[in-house]
Design a protein around this ligand. Structure first.
Ligand code: S3P
Length: 474
């Protein structure tokens, strides 16, 4: 393994996949465990295989809000935490070999304290949006800032509904000032019902978190059920949250708020991140190998839409050792080299596989016939404009691809023209767009094409998958 510059890492040609892979703890679940642990009464103990920069941003912010947090980290996680300026939280008494542990001393949401310094959410949209829901019922104002990518992402989708609940916002983009209701004329959260046109776990979670400490019922109705980690975790902590399917097929999620609500602390092992596992599920499917086993992956059905897409394309995937872990289903995922065929993917499938679309674009290049993805316009406002970036990236490697406003089409094996040019002079904006999923998708594509693998913008990979390189033998 060579470090080209501080930003790039190169794996030599001949690199192979490990037969048994562990992925970091689920990023979405970890954010929630730290936040909800901070809102609970008592000590939460959160165990995880690894965690990235985004989760460290959440940890830093809750510590700034007055929550005592201590980290017992593996050596590589220690290095990352230190580079995030969190040395003061790292316990130096023990250095675990295998799993890292986060201890959060929650004293209830009322014990959160104003931070004079802005709350830096870095690259993490989930941190910023869920945080708005937590800050809703405080008695102080907070300033949220983020990196270049987060400054371009929309926050009106949070500010509008929470505004109706009595929370004031400075606007719909970063930097964002949020005034907790206990500082405003209302003095308390106004419970509401919201019908979302588009399912979004971030919007749903922010509303439920705000509703939790209002007096009365807050409801969110979604056309399809977005990832439900918030509902599962809050229920396990004793919060009155329930989900029902309405007659018209939509989902209604309800929380019975109360300003005296006390959440029980958590004791959980975070399941492996399905979205991280997908990079190696795809790698296992499109390269020659005798089977790759990815251990302890979260397989919550609101997250695994990509598995159904892959099966329809002809993928050989088996879930083994299925069990429940802290309210979340987990399994070992076995994948084998497969002959794949192209398919059409529409809005309903996209909703349950939104974070997996870039790597599915790579997979589509190895399928027989075209794969068409529509209904994915939300990808344009993720960590980057993922439609443009994935299209540009595939073209660099000679893959025929056509861009639509709401998706793209990849022409499959016949479309591998080999005419791409990955010389430095033609590498595009995608190499430094700061989007972890684009960098990792490009790495898996290069790996499958053979030859050396350059992981561009490695610091962005560390936002979600700092242990990415450890999944290869090199
Ligand atoms: C997330 C929700 C999704 C997802 C994001 C993580 C979450 O976003 O794309 O990576 O943890 O709640 P939306 O809620 O915008 O769909």
């Amino acid at each position: 393994m060579k470090h080209h510059s501080t930003e790039e890492v190169c794996l030599p040609s001949g690199t192979t996949l490990k037969k048994e892979i562990f992925v970091p703890g689920d990023k979405s679940v970890t954010h929630r465990a730290v936040m909800f642990g901070a809102m609970a009464n008592g000590e939460s103990v959160i165990t995880t295989n690894a965690l990235g920069r985004d989760n460290f941003a959440t940890i830093r912010i809750f510590n700034q809000l007055g929550v005592s947090i201590s980290l017992s980290l593996t050596p590589s996680m220690k290095v990352l935490a230190e580079s995030e300026g969190l040395s003061h939280l790292v316990s130096h008494e023990d250095t675990p070999e295998k799993d890292s542990v986060i201890h959060v001393q929650g004293r209830g949401v009322a014990a959160l304290r104003k931070s004079e310094a802005p709350l830096d959410c870095g690259n993490s949209g989930t941190t910023a949006r869920l945080l708005c829901g937590v800050l809703a019922s405080t008695n102080f104002s907070s300033i949220l800032v983020g990196d270049h990518s987060l400054q371009k992402r929309p926050f009106g989708r949070i500010a509008d509904p929470l505004g109706k609940m009595g929370v004031q916002f400075s606007g719909g983009v970063m930097p964002l000032t949020v005034w907790g209701v206990r500082e405003s004329v209302h003095g308390s959260i106004i419970p509401q019902t919201f019908e979302l046109k588009k399912a979004s776990a971030q919007v749903k979670s922010a509303i439920l978190l705000a509703g939790l400490f209002g007096s009365g019922v807050t409801r969110v109705i979604e056309p399809v059920l977005s990832r439900d980690h918030t509902e599962r975790m809050l229920s396990s902590m004793g919060a009155p949250v329930s989900t029902t399917m309405l007659e018209d097929g939509r989902f209604q999620i309800e929380v019975e708020g109360s300003d005296t609500l006390s959440l029980s602390p958590l004791r959980c092992v975070i399941p492996g991140d399905f979205s991280a596992a997908m990079f190696f599920i795809v790698a296992g499917l499109i390269t020659k190998n005798d089977g790759i086993l990815i251990r302890n992956v979260g397989v919550n059905p609101t997250r695994t839409g990509a598995l159904e897409i892959l099966k329809e394309m002809g993928a050989h995937i088996e879930l083994q050792n299925e069990s429940m872990n802290g309210g979340e289903p987990v399994a070992d995922v076995l994948v084998c080299t497969s002959d794949l065929k192209g398919i059409s993917i529409g809005a309903v499938e996209v909703a349950r596989a939104i974070d997996e679309i870039p790597i599915l674009g790579v997979l589509a290049a190895f399928a027989e016939g075209p794969t068409r993805i529509h209904g994915a316009e939300e990808l344009r406002v993720k960590e980057s404009d993922r439609i443009s970036m994935v299209v540009a990236m595939l073209k660099t490697y000679g893959i025929q691809v056509k861009e639509f406003p709401d998706g793209f089409e990849v022409y499959g094996r016949g479309g591998l023209s080999g005419e791409g040019n990955s010389e430095d002079s033609v590498l595009g904006e995608w190499t430094h767009c700061g989007d972890h999923r684009i960098s990792m998708s490009a790495a898996i594509l290069q790996f499958a094409l053979g030859g050396e693998v350059i992981v561009y913008d490695f610091p962005s990979v560390e936002t979600s998958f700092p242990t990415f390189l450890s999944c290869f033998n090199c």
